[in-house]
Design a protein around this ligand. Sequence first.
Ligand code: GTP
Ligand code: MG
Length: 293
Amino acid sequence: MREPSQIGDRMKRNYEDITRQFLPRRTYTIIRVDGKAFHTWTRGLTEPFDEMFMSDMNQVAIEMCRQLQGCRLAFLQSDEISFLLTDFERLETDAWFGGELRKLCSISASMAGSLLTQENPHRPPAFFDGRAFTIPSRTEVMNYFVYRQQDASRNSVQMVAQHYYSQKELNGRNTDQMQEMIHQKGDNWNDYPVACRRGRLILPTTRPSTIDYMDGRTDEKKTTTVDLTRWVPVEPTIFTKDRQQLQELIPPLPDDGPEAYSPGNSHPMTCVILEGMSEAAKEDCTLHAHEGA
Ligand SMILES: Nc1nc2c(ncn2[C@@H]2O[C@H](COP(=O)(O)OP(=O)(O)OP(=O)(O)O)[C@@H](O)[C@H]2O)c(=O)[nH]1
Ligand SMILES: [Mg+2]
């Protein structure tokens, strides 16, 4: 009889590992998760925009920003979230799961699914697909977010139009025509909140926080101040008109020279406060809204 290790090695070598793929190192990685058949999963939610659902998606994105190693920001709209990850800060910086493609896709999709299900225990389980890929230039990373934001606005107009008209009435209509049709119903797409029209960014912010701890040597209770990172939802600019917000958020590749990348709070921020947000998250938003003012 063969040793279990021999059969195991053979299975791995001949089958499992043969399709193992890794993303290139020291560049930009995008991971995007998208709700599976959310047209059905969202049935019964407020149309065209459900604040609780948007808030839940923000929470999913915030928790994932915490968990995804090297995450710089997330951009979300409708039932999808894109994360930007980098792995080039130092030569020794690791990539999340070494950049193993199937790990990146499957773990991020399952995270999103279980986090959203946890937020909605009375709804059916939520499933997501996940994809991960490399974009090798900073400008193209900016263009990627322009692409997702344009999709956000197109989706958003469509969702409002579908609220007033049947699919048949909307067939063949472009976004401008749909906006006009919305107008005819006495509504104006431009009056909807930015978060509904342009998507949301999730950004890291740091603020000093006081913590109590026990000094192991003296057994004394002590207090110290540390910088805590919190992730908060922020209103995006219109990326095609104002690229500065994005530019400041995306670190240049190490070979790009000393560009003006300043992590932290240098970008102006208008936070997104939604119904259902935790008190701590609201407090963060209020704090940072003042910083951005
Ligand atoms: N009522 C409501 N529905 C929403 C909201 N946000 C997203 N949705 C729904 O989620 C859908 C997401 O669209 P898609 O991702 O293109 O479609 P899908 O049904 O998820 O299909 P696949 O992604 O291909 O599996 C929209 O068409 C809406 O039906 C919301 O705020 N309120
Ligand atoms: Mg979907």
